[in-house]
Design a protein around this ligand. Structure first.
Ligand code: FES
Length: 162
């Protein structure tokens, strides 16, 4: 292959990659419904699936990553898109000892944001506001997310505006 043909194939490859990423963006924009709840109840888990003191992560509520935690007092659920810059906070049942938390927390690794897993309130770090709580209930042997606990509060959070 000559230098000219090689250069042409590099340019053609770059154009093809750009076109594919552009096409993927359009498809994602036109077809988001599969991952979003958009106000509908979302089935999270089977009753009994999440052990006491454990959590179920990596499910979506209204397009946001969310967590369900089984406490002795009952289930709690929060959207875990961090209110600081939008990273995803995760369940840390062992706490986060590097900054002094020995009890379970929700922890955002981007800038050491720490949230209370029972209230969503900020315990440490730069997040400016609590994580929004999701209402859950047991229905027919399933744990179901039914809506935001405080829809008006969610609308005040920059990273939760669509
Ligand atoms: S994005 Fe979570 S602490 Fe910064």
């Amino acid at each position: 292959m000559g230098r000219r043909a090689f250069s042409a194939s590099i340019v053609a490859g770059a154009i093809a990659l750009f076109s594919l990423s552009f096409l993927a963006t359009i498809v994602r924009y036109l077809w988001p419904a599969g991952e979003k709840a958009e106000g509908k109840a979302v089935e999270i888990a089977r009753a009994g699936e999440v052990a006491l003191g454990a959590a179920k992560e990596k499910w979506l509520f209204e397009g946001f990553p969310a967590i369900l935690i089984n406490f002795p007092e009952g289930y709690k659920a929060f959207a875990v898109k961090c209110t600081h810059l939008g990273c995803t906070a995760a369940w840390r049942p062992e706490g986060w000892k590097p900054i002094g938390f020995a009890n379970p927390v929700l922890f955002c690794p981007c800038h050491d944001g720490v949230f209370d897993p029972k209230t969503g309130k900020v315990l440490a770090g730069p997040p400016p506001a609590a994580l929004p709580e999701i209402q859950v209930e047991e229905r027919g042997g399933k744990i179901v997310a039914t809506g935001w606990k405080d829809q008006a509060y969610v609308k005040t959070l920059d990273v939760y505006r669509k």
